[in-house]
Design a protein around this ligand. Structure first.
Ligand SMILES: NC(=O)c1ccc[n+]([C@@H]2O[C@H](COP(=O)([O-])OP(=O)(O)OC[C@H]3O[C@@H](n4cnc5c(N)ncnc54)[C@H](OP(=O)(O)O)[C@@H]3O)[C@@H](O)[C@H]2O)c1
Length: 213
């Protein structure tokens, strides 16, 4: 039995939890306001789910998903995520998150900054360029013609491999962008962002992405 610790239970976190429970994972969901505020979602998810604090969710997970606004990164607990694979779904919206000069200048990546905040974790970027609704609706079995593909990036091969397996279970092909330093290719306002693409289309869109927008 595999448990996923989910930090952030909004649009993306709740959808990943729904699909994961359907696939037979246990999930521990958390948010900033406390587990009592997640009672309805936990009830909807059923016996494979429970609500907890972010630190408890991080500690309970065999791996974790961090899916919070970028501005909340500093409050993600590093210690209980030490040594674990951490899937980061985040995007940088300066309108929401405040300006980060290194991101504005194209000198850093959001997931690279997550990796810096969680130095002993193995961070992978994933699920950042799909609309949350489509996580539970757009998956199809492996081998389906024109299957939708999603991108990932990590400095740790085992994290990329886990994402590839998870994407496949969720119903998506994978395009591996390489290290986190390349992860900007799938970010906002680039050609690959939140559109439906098969693997060949996604690879082509990633290749032509501009570094800054
Ligand atoms: N929406 C999409 O379709 C989409 C698609 C791809 C990627 N993304 C990206 O994925 C990330 C999450 O997006 P979202 O749309 O799911 O956001 P959202 O609906 O606003 O949900 C954010 C969640 O993060 C929680 N949170 C905030 N600060 C936290 C903290 N310090 N500790 C624990 N939990 C915290 C919030 O809890 P409270 O409500 O209790 O504060 C909430 O559950 C963002 O970076 C977003 O850009 C979104």
């Amino acid at each position: 039995m595999t448990t996923i610790g989910i930090i952030g239970a909004g649009h993306i976190g709740s959808q990943i939890a729904r699909k994961a429970v359907e696939l037979g994972y246990d999930v521990v969901i958390s948010n900033s306001r406390g587990p009592e505020t997640l009672a309805a979602l936990a009830a909807e998810l059923g016996p494979r789910a429970r609500a907890a604090t972010p630190a408890e969710a991080a500690a309970a997970g065999d791996f974790a998903v961090v899916t919070v606004p970028f501005r909340s990164l500093g409050r993600i607990p590093a210690e209980p995520l030490a040594g674990k694979i951490v899937i980061d779904t985040g995007n940088y919206y300066w309108e929401r998150d405040g300006h980060v000069p290194a991101l504005d200048a194209g000198e850093a990546t959001t997931s690279g900054l997550v990796q810096e905040h969680l130095p002993t974790s193995k961070v992978a970027k994933a699920f950042n360029h799909i609309n949350y609704r489509e996580i539970t609706t757009d998956g199809t079995p492996a081998g389906t013609p024109n299957r939708r593909a999603l991108a990932t990036a990590s400095d740790h091969p085992e994290a990329s491999e886990l994402v590839t397996r998870l994407y496949d279970e969720f119903g998506f092909d994978t395009v591996n962008m390489g290290p986190l330093s390349e992860s900007w290719r799938a970010e906002r306002d680039r050609p690959a962002y939140v559109i439906r693409q098969n693997a060949a289309e996604l690879a082509a869109n990633l290749a032509k992405a501009p570094r800054t927008i």
